[in-house]
Design a protein around this ligand. Structure first.
Ligand code: ADP
Length: 501
């Protein structure tokens, strides 16, 4: 498959075959840096297409779940190896389709490669437990079972990494998948699945239905999907949780963040400025872990702010494929307007706009959706720009007078994904590690930069308690079966015959 084939023939990938959507409708994926460039045309799927995808996944399930774990692991490892060989091509495609600068796109692909290699090892691990029985001549042990057909619904900001976090462990555990990728990055998703099939994944193990809310909703509601793995906005997450709750369907939600970096007066200020810059403006702020609040001790506030604003002003906006560009476009026009809406909200709330706050429409930039790196100072914790996820290159500076106030301010949002503290005092670092209310804590690093061998996820409204990646990831994608084997040849009653000779 090449990019042009998806331009010529919009298809879903169901049972290993190309299928047009039942509705016949299509949508375009366009380059956010050059909106006149169409990257691909895809089918606008609806419930009928999801029905076909679920049916294909159900047909593939018996064969796949009985495929030995080590063989499943080998296929995933082969996929990771192909991705490694094609890393540059995938990264360039990602920059064209999603907009993040090429170095970051390479990082996104690398994360999927890392995840593939990590999870492939489970093929020869996936340990269960063997424990003593309370009865003689009785064996007690556990083993993992797949959940069945699982639905994966993903966002556009990590177009390959996030699908890999869900799909690699899902298929490793013997599940089959219906995958509804984000409507802004369908070609990245298609390439990812094609690579898995090239690596030897049988047709039907992953079925891709393209489209938007209608398709996603159909995946969630389908009685044939046993579990839903979702990353996206808190609003959509709430809807999905309600549907899954009423159906008693397992659901893993990875939602928003409003992540803060605390900068104490004893911190290495230059390091903190550099970290905050990367955390706030990397991926144009379009990460659920983006550092959107900078909580700075007043004694270093002026120095920090001056240095930070100077560095923010110097960032170069542009097409992420061009050398020297620091910040790419935001994903689409709706998002561009939403980000600018928050600038107006910040000004109305009385925050001080120090730099940015404009749509960047000069010259080449007028072809895409660019927003200038935006810094607000004088922000109080209750302002909307300090509370709501903006998902753009907008950051709020909040002043505090003590470590206590800093930690309380960092915790004062509905979300709990990632928080960070810059300090050179070990005592402060350990207090923060214990008291910050988030799934991820960084010391002397910004709120972005998770590695796949540790659990990823958040507390409070960031999700519903699930974690992706990390050494326990299979717990999310499998169920335990407890097995008792009585070889005594007679009836032995647990809790009753336990003291019998
Ligand atoms: P984002 O702000 O990241 O686009 P969304 O929550 O809108 O977040 O979208 C994340 C994913 O969820 C996308 O694949 C989108 O198509 C899908 N989606 C949107 N609405 C629904 C819904 N009601 N049910 C299921 N999936 C949905």
């Amino acid at each position: 498959m090449t990019a042009t084939s998806s331009l010529a023939e919009p298809f879903n990938l169901i049972a290993g075959e190309h299928r047009r959507a039942a509705s016949g409708r299509t949508f375009e994926s366009r380059n956010p840096a050059r909106h006149d460039e169409v990257v691909g045309v895809f089918p606008e799927s609806s419930a009928a297409d999801v029905d076909a995808a679920v049916a294909a996944a159900q047909r593939a399930l018996p064969g796949w779940r009985s495929t030995p774990w080590p063989r499943r692991g080998e296929i995933i490892l082969a996929a990771a190896t192909i991705m490694e060989q094609r890393k540059e091509e995938l990264a360039q495609l990602m920059t064209r389709e999603m907009g993040k600068v090429l170095t970051e796109a390479r990082g996104d692909v690398q994360e999927a490669i890392d995840m593939g290699k990590f999870i492939a090892g489970e093929g020869r691990r996936a340990f269960g437990e063997t424990v003593p029985s309370e009865l003689r001549n009785k064996w007690a042990m556990t083993m993992r079972q797949p959940l069945g057909v699982v639905g994966c619904v993903t966002p556009w900001n990590f177009p390959i990494a996030i699908p890999s976090w869900k799909i690699f462990p899902a298929v490793m555990a013997g599940n089959t998948v219906v995958f509804k990728p984000a409507e802004d990055t369908p070609l990245c998703a298609l390439r990812f699945v094609e690579i898995l099939e090239e690596a030897g994944l049988p047709g039907g193990v992953i079925n891709v239905v393209f489209g938007a809310e209608e398709a996603g909703d159909a995946v969630v509601r389908h009685p044939g999907t046993a579990a839903i793995f979702f990353t996206g906005s808190a609003d959509t997450g709430r809807l999905i949780a309600a549907t899954c709750g009423s159906m008693l369907k397992k659901v893993s939600l990875e939602l928003g963040g409003k992540n803060g970096i605390v900068v104490l007066s004893d911190a290495d200020l230059e390091l903190a400025v550099e970290g905050a810059l990367w955390g706030a403006f990397g991926t144009a702020g379009q990460r659920c872990t983006a550092s959107s609040r900078l909580i700075v001790e007043r004694s270093v506030l002026a120095d920090f702010t001056d240095a930070f604003v100077a560095r923010a002003r110097a960032l170069r906006l542009g097409d992420g494929l061009v050398d020297g560009v620091d910040v790419g476009p935001v994903i689409n026009e709706t998002q561009l307007r939403r980000i600018h809406g928050y600038t107006e909200i910040g000004i109305d709330e009385g925050a001080e706009l120090l730099t940015g706050g404009t749509v960047a429409g000069e010259g080449e930039l007028s072809r895409g959706f660019f927003y200038t790196p935006t810094v607000f100072a004088g922000v109080s914790p209750s302002m909307r720009i300090a509370q709501e996820e903006i998902f753009g290159p907008t950051v709020a500076i909040l002043a505090v007078d003590s470590l206590d106030e800093a930690l309380a301010t960092a915790n004062s949002t509905q979300f709990g994904l990632s928080l960070s503290l810059y300090t050179n005092d070990l005592r402060h670092a350990f207090r923060a590690i214990h008291e910050l209310e988030s799934g991820i804590v960084y010391v002397n690093a910004p709120t972005i930069g998770a590695e796949i061998q540790l659990p990823f996820g958040g507390t409070k409204n960031t999700g519903n308690g699930h974690r992706e990646a990390g050494g326990h990831v299979l717990d999310e994608f499998s169920e335990w079966k407890s097995i008792y084997i009585d070889y005594s040849g007679r009836l032995q009653r647990a809790q009753i015959d336990t003291n019998a000779p």
